[in-house]
Design a protein around this ligand. Structure first.
Ligand SMILES: Cc1ncc(COP(=O)(O)O)c(C=O)c1O
Length: 400
C-alpha cells in the first residue's frame, strides 16, 4: 500500500489537475467522523459536500448496498428495475410530484430538468419557449447546460460558447424576474437556498412570487434542491418551509447517502412528455444506487433525522451566533436553515480550512470569508459542541 506521500506524488503525475485537494487521504468514515491513512480522526462538518446524508458508513446503508451488490449490480433500463420503481414511489409519496426519472449526478439532473421544460412546451405546441430565467450567484453544475445556468465567470470562462437562452436576475428581485419573463420563457430555475454561492436562503415571499410570475406567464418553475433538499433543512424539501411547490425539482447529493444518483421529479402532465427514446442514461436508476437511496430514506425516517436536522441545526446556528460577542466584530453573519449553515466573517481567512483540519475539524469555505456547514443529518448536539470547541480558538486567533 503506498504511503500518503507516495500517493500525492503519484497523483501529480497521473491525475488531471482540476481539483485543489487537501493534503490528506481519507481512509474510512463512521457517522460524523473520518480517519486518514495515518489514523488521525476528524469531525466532518462537510459530509462530502452535503452528500453523506445519513453519516459515513451507516450499517443499514452498508448492508443494503452489500446485499444488492451480491445479487445484481447493473441492468439496463431496457428492463424493469424493482428498486428504481420503489424509489420513485418513495420520492413521489414524499413530495409534490407524480413521477420520477433518475440520473447520476446533480449536473445531469439539471440537464434533465432543462430538457424536460423545453420538451413540455414543444409538445404543447409552444415551440418558441426555450429561454430560462436563472439567478446571480447560482450554482447548478459543470456540464454545458448546467454551466450555462451558472452565471459566474470563474466557472464559465474558457468554455464558451455556452448554451443560449439564459436570462439572469438578481436573487430575490421579483421585479427583475418580471421584466425578464416573456413568451419565450420556458422556466424559472432557482435554488431555494443558494448553496455554493454561500448559503443564501430565498428571501421570504420570493418563491411565492416566482410561482405567481411563472403561472401568469405560462412558464414552469424548477427548483434545484440538489444541495438543500433531502432532509437537509429539517423537512424533506427546502421549499416546504415556504409552502410553494414547483413543477419540476432536481435532486442528487444526499439522495444516495454517498452513492452517485440524481433524480428529477415532476407533475404528471410534464413527466408524460419524455416518451421512450427522448431521454436516457445507461447507469440511471440502477439497482445499487436505488437500494442505497431507499435505505437512506428509511434511515432518515426511522431515526427521525428530519427533526434532528431542524433541532441540531438550530442548536449549531445558535452556538455560532453566540460566539459573536467574544470575537470582536469578526462575525458578519450566521445564516441558513437546519444543517445547511454558513458563518460569514468580516475579513478573509483563506487558511481557516487548513487550520481547522490540523485541529481535527473538516469544514468547507465557499469563499475566503465564508464557512459552510453541511454535516451528516445525524450530527448530535454533542458533536456540534465539539465542532465549536475546535473552531472557536481559530476564530479567536483571527479576531486578534
Ligand atoms: C445546487 C446545486 N446544483 C447542482 C450541483 C451539481 O451537482 P454535481 O456536482 O453532482 O454535478 C450542485 C453541486 O454542488 C449544487 O450544489
Amino acid at each position: 500500500m503506498p504511503s500518503t506521500e507516495e500517493l500525492l506524488r503519484l497523483e501529480q503525475q497521473v491525475l488531471f489537475p482540476n481539483y485543489a485537494r487537501q493534503p490528506l487521504v481519507i481512509d474510512r468514515g463512521e457517522g460524523c467522523y473520518l480517519w486518514d491513512k495515518e489514523g488521525r480522526r476528524y469531525l466532518d462538518l462537510v459530509a462530502g459536500i452535503a452528500v453523506c446524508s445519513v453519516g459515513h458508513c451507516h450499517p443499514r446503508l452498508v448492508e443494503a448496498i452489500s446485499d444488492q451488490a451480491g445479487r445484481l449490480l447493473h441492468v439496463s433500463n431496457g428492463f424493469h428495475i424493482e428498486n428504481q420503481t420503489l424509489l420513485a414511489r418513495a420520492l413521489t409519496e414524499r413530495s409534490f410530484a407524480d413521477r420520477a426519472v433518475f440520473c447520476n449526478s446533480g449536473a445531469e439532473a439539471i440537464e434533465t430538468a432543462l430538457k424536460l421544460a423545453r420538451k413540455y412546451h414543444y409538445e404543447k405546441g409552444d415551440k418558441g419557449r426555450f429561454r430560462f430565467i436563472n439567478f446571480h450567484n447560482a450554482f447548478h453544475g459543470r456540464t454545458m447546460g448546467a454551466l450555462s445556468a451558472t452565471p459566474r465567470p470563474k466557472y464559465q470562462e474558457g468554455f464558451q460558447p455556452l448554451v443560449p437562452g439564459f436570462d439572469t436576475a438578481p436573487f430575490g428581485d421579483l421585479d427583475a424576474v418580471r421584466k425578464l419573463t416573456g413568451p419565450e420563457t420556458a422556466a424559472i430555475l432557482v435554488e431555494p437556498i443558494q448553496g455554493e454561492g454561500g448559503v443564501f436562503p430565498a428571501p421570504p415571499g420570493f418563491l411565492a412570487g416566482l410561482r405567481e410570475i411563472a403561472k401568469a406567464s405560462g412558464a414552469l418553475l424548477i427548483y434545484d434542491e440538489i444541495q438543500c433538499g433531502f432532509g437537509r433543512t429539517g423537512k424533506w424539501w427546502s421549499h416546504q418551509h415556504d409552502n410553494v411547490e414547483p413543477d419540476i425539482m432536481a435532486l442528487a447529493k444526499g439522495l444516495g447517502g454517498g452513492t452517485p444518483i440524481g433524480a428529477v421529479l415532476a407533475r404528471e402532465e410534464i413527466a408524460q412528455v419524455l416518451k421512450p427514446g427522448t431521454h436516457a442514461s445507461t447507469f440511471a436508476g440502477g439497482p445499487l444506487v436505488c437500494a442505497a437511496a431507499l435505505a437512506a430514506i428509511d434511515i432518515i425516517e426511522s431515526q427521525d433525522l428530519l427533526a434532528n436536522a431542524a433541532e441540531t441545526g438550530a442548536y449549531l446556528q445558535a452556538r455560532l451566533q453566540d460566539l459573536a460577542p467574544s470575537l470582536s466584530g469578526l462575525i458578519k453573519d450566521v445564516r441558513g436553515r437546519g444543517l445547511m449553515l454558513a458563518l460569514q466573517m468580516t475579513r478573509e481567512a483563506p487558511k481557516l480550512r487548513d487550520d481547522a483540519r490540523a485541529a481535527g475539524l473538516i469544514i468547507n469555505q465557499t469563499s475566503p470569508d465564508t464557512i459552510r456547514f453541511v454535516p451528516p443529518l445525524t450530527l448530535t448536539p454533542r458533536e456540534a459542541d465539539e465542532a465549536i470547541d475546535l473552531l472557536f480558538p481559530l476564530l479567536k486567533q483571527l479576531a486578534g
